[in-house]
Each structure stands twice: as structure tokens, then as C-alpha cells.
Design a protein around this ligand. Structure first.
Ligand SMILES: [Zn+2]
Length: 134
């Protein structure tokens, strides 16, 4: 039995709840779910509730509360651990922060993002105006 899987958040702040976790938790498409935000652990726990604020869409995605990802700077490119918890709840926590990679040399250090693409300082200095090939 699988208790934890990785998932990503899409650009609209939705996370897919993998089948292996939602089945034992009894989460189904169109179910209402509530969300508990744990500030110290930086986790969000979803639980089935008829008066929950959120719902699972037809593709089993749930919107991550905006307050959570704003507070912790979660972004749609981060990877999340989705974990089945006792009491049939599903917990979301960050697995990996997205690190921009240089589009030219794949370096991750000293890389900044411009128009959704990473570029490192070395490559940037080469293509910058004023650079002369030596
Ligand atoms: Zn580079």
C-alpha cells in the first residue's frame, strides 16, 4: 500500500490527489473537502466534509488554499508530497523547491529567471550588450 506520492501544483494552484491515496481516503470526484492549514509545519490537510470550502474536480484535483501558498511562497513549479494520514485525511507538504536551471548550460547556481526561463550569470554576461568575444 502506498501512503505517499509526489504531485505538482498546476498554474491555477490545483494539486492532483493520486488514485493510490484518494481511494483509501474515500475521496471521489466532486466531493466537498475542508482544508486545515498548519502554519508551523507548513502543511495543508484535506478532509472530506459536506460543508467543506473546497471540492475535488472531475479530474480529482483540489485547489490549494491561497493563504497557504502565498504565506509559504509555494509555486506551481514546486513538487509536493501528498500523504495519506490516519483518519482518512490527505496531507500536502512541499517536497522540493523549484530551482531555475540555465536554458543554455543547465547550471543551477547563480541563475535568475527571465520570462519563465533560467539564465546563469556566465551565459548572461556572454550575451549581454557590451560583451566582446575575446
Ligand atoms: Zn548558463
Amino acid at each position: 500500500m502506498i501512503f505517499s506520492k509526489q504531485s505538482t501544483m498546476d498554474i491555477l494552484g490545483r494539486v492532483l490527489i493520486p488514485k493510490e491515496l484518494r481511494e483509501p481516503a474515500g475521496f471521489r470526484a466532486k466531493d466537498k473537502v475542508g482544508a486545515m492549514i498548519n502554519i508551523t509545519d507548513q502543511t495543508v490537510t484535506f478532509y472530506k466534509s459536506p460543508d467543506g470550502e473546497y471540492d475535488l474536480d472531475s479530474l480529482h484535483r483540489v485547489v490549494v488554499p491561497k493563504a497557504a501558498w502565498e504565506a509559504w511562497r509555494w509555486s506551481h513549479r514546486d513538487k509536493f508530497n501528498v500523504t495519506l494520514q490516519p483518519g482518512k485525511t490527505i496531507q500536502l507538504s512541499m517536497a522540493e523547491t523549484y530551482e531555475p536551471k540555465c536554458v543554455f548550460c543547465s547550471k543551477q547556481e547563480e541563475t535568475l529567471t527571465y520570462r519563465d526561463q533560467g539564465i546563469c550569470n556566465d551565459c548572461l554576461s556572454v550575451i549581454s550588450p557590451g560583451h566582446r568575444e575575446g
